[in-house]
Design a protein around this ligand. Structure first.
Ligand code: XIL
Length: 381
């Protein structure tokens, strides 16, 4: 049975800055949903100036994946993050390759810098991610048995979640567990973890994270579940079947992350995505949009038209989700087009820069931002 006790630090190993003001920080987090803001329009709605407060007082939060180097070096970006976001997610700083580049040598400096930036600006943090097939450091290729894989997975999660216990209240524990083309509802994406541990790696990751921070909300996160095609259908079916198995086995999973890396050219299956979300909600799980961006490589080059199409795709998704359930948050995978992963895989053939995010390269709001902000101020279904 996974627990955190063996490895709990005798003394608190968190950096002093995290320990000293922890109480104040946590108090701030506790009031954040109603007291904080996401830019001018959202600030107004949160304080009730628009006369639209939710009966239960909770709006979804808005946030973005952020990069520690850009936060350090780019003042306009830094200001935009504090102006528009309530929550930030380290884009790569909490992945295995960064946290444990050599076996047993943990390096949290980049993640710490984001956490400290967040706390000094009153922002919340989500952690991403603890068990994924990608971003594994080279040394993990030498892991050669089930026992060794379990020990490394548990050890890594213990170190990471314990360090930020009470400070990072929400984690993408398992990322992208479903294959791109599942052949059955029990199919899982191949990884070091499935090869050595099998399907049990998922409960093991959740139980370990839960033992190390019982108050953290623990998510399972995946992509390409939004569309009409057979691939997306099979992914939804396998994802839902996995969630049912986890719930049946009392695994401490609290939420589902809909990544929403939206392909501009693929139609969203409103009815079937709705059915999926209703079923997830019926299992008692939270739903969060965790990595929203609109992949614009197939859109026309004209900027104004492209921005309009990106905003419409965003609206199409959010209309569908909010019809079924109010997500706990909308997180975009980057805030500004200046810092986006999209060109790594989806460069435009005309050579124009991608524009997948709510702010442009100069930190000015785009139509996508207006759409997101309109949903953030809604109370939902
Ligand atoms: C991406 C980052 O944005 C890139 O900078 C990095 O090189 C590769 O990973 N789904 C996820 C994210 O869950 O972790 C990925 O992030 C994007 C796809």
């Amino acid at each position: 049975m996974p627990d955190c006790a063996d490895n709990l630090p005798r003394t608190d190993r968190r950096p002093a800055v995290m320990r000293q003001n922890r109480r104040a920080f946590l108090q701030a987090l506790g009031t954040m949903v109603v007291a904080s803001s996401c830019g001018p329009s959202i600030r107004a709605a949160y304080s009730g100036e628009l006369g639209r407060e939710c009966p239960n007082g909770a709006h979804p939060v808005f946030g973005a994946a952020v990069r520690s180097d850009a936060l350090r070096n780019d003042a306009p970006y830094r200001q935009a993050v504090t102006k528009f976001c309530q929550v930030v997610v380290p884009e790569g700083e909490l992945k295995w390759a960064t946290v444990q580049p050599k076996r047993g040598q943990f390096s949290f400096s980049d993640a710490d810098s984001i956490v400290q930036f967040a706390r000094s600006n009153g922002l919340n943090v989500r952690g991403h991610t603890l068990a994924w097939y990608a971003a594994l450091p080279p040394w993990t290729a030498a892991i050669g048995s089930r026992a060794e894989a379990e020990a490394e997975l548990v050890g890594h999660i213990r170190q990471t979640v314990t360090r930020y216990a009470g400070v990072i209240p929400s984690w993408d524990v398992v990322n992208e567990p479903i294959p791109d083309r599942p052949t059955s509802v029990r199919d899982l994406r191949e990884s070091l973890w499935t090869k050595q541990i099998g399907p049990d790696y998922i409960p093991l990751a959740f139980k370990t994270a839960h033992a190390c921070d019982p108050s953290a909300r623990l998510f399972i996160n995946d992509y390409d579940i939004e569309y009409e095609d057979a691939r997306s259908r099979a992914k939804r079916d396998a994802f839902l079947a996995l969630l049912r198995r986890l719930k049946d086995d009392n695994v401490p999973v609290h939420g589902v992350g809909v990544q929403a890396h939206l392909a501009g050219s693929r139609a969203i299956d409103r009815a079937r995505l709705g059915d999926f979300l209703r079923a997830v909600h019926g299992l008692g799980l939270d739903i969060m949009i965790t990595e929203l961006d609109v992949i614009d490589n197939q859109f026309p080059g004209d900027e104004a038209l492209r921005d309009k199409l990106v905003a419409e795709k965003t609206q199409e998704l959010l209309d569908c989700v909010f019809d079924i359930v109010q997500p706990t948050g909308i997180v975009t995978w980057g805030l500004s087009d200046k810092y986006t992963w999209v060109p790594i895989y989806y460069k435009r053939q005309d050579g124009l820069p991608n524009r997948p995010l709510p702010l442009d390269r100069d930190m000015q709001v785009k139509p996508m931002y207006s759409v997101v902000s309109e949903f953030i101020t809604r109370c939902g279904a």
